[in-house]
Design a protein around this ligand. Structure first.
Ligand code: PNS
Length: 162
């Protein structure tokens, strides 16, 4: 059984993330979405909120589940008996950032590989940080995040308080 982890902050989850999750689910028997708990950045959504949102969004995707993690990604991978890490690449800058991380993870766990998925071109400009900034200044996030996430963020209304 081929299992992968798809780690990230998902603060918030975007339509780009969802596309990657759906595509990864067709490539592996199981995909565990790992929501990073300890982040140095002040998150917009708590880890419990991010996990709950993702659980709703992946409920209809067979073979996908969601878990929070902290510490080393490679330990999360081992705990889940996964053989691969999934990461999306939007731009060459993403690749330059991701490659040494993938190589560090491979150093820590030579059995683990990172699988890079090219982000769909129509999503290549979308980022969680961009969504947060738009929200902070009261802009429109329709189309950047799934409708459920948009509803949640509007109800949360934390972005405009910062
Ligand atoms: O969505 P993000 O914020 O780009 O995700 C980053 C993430 C969670 C993949 C990365 O921060 C991570 O793997 N953190 C765990 C710490 C770790 O394993 N570091 C060692 C590799 S250099």
């Amino acid at each position: 059984m081929k299992k992968a982890v798809f780690p990230g902050s998902f603060d918030p989850v975007t339509v780009g993330h969802m596309d990657l999750i759906k595509r990864a689910a067709t490539m592996f028997d199981e995909v565990v979405i790992g929501v990073l708990r300890n982040t140095t950045k002040q998150p917009l959504c708590s880890v419990e909120e991010r996990v709950a949102l993702l659980e709703r969004l992946v409920a209809d995707i067979p073979g996908v589940r969601v878990a929070a993690f902290d510490g080393l990604l490679i330990d999360f991978l081992r705990q889940n008996k996964a053989c691969a890490v999934i990461r999306g690449l939007r731009t060459a800058a993403d690749f330059e950032y991701e490659l040494p991380i993938a190589q560090t993870n491979r150093h820590l766990e030579p059995e683990a590989d990172t699988v890079f998925l090219a982000t769909a071109p129509e999503h290549s400009y979308i980022s969680s940080s961009g969504v947060k900034e738009i929200l902070q200044f009261g802009g429109e996030i329709t189309g950047l995040v799934p409708p459920e996430v948009e509803d949640f963020l509007h109800r949360l209304d934390r972005g405009s308080q910062e």
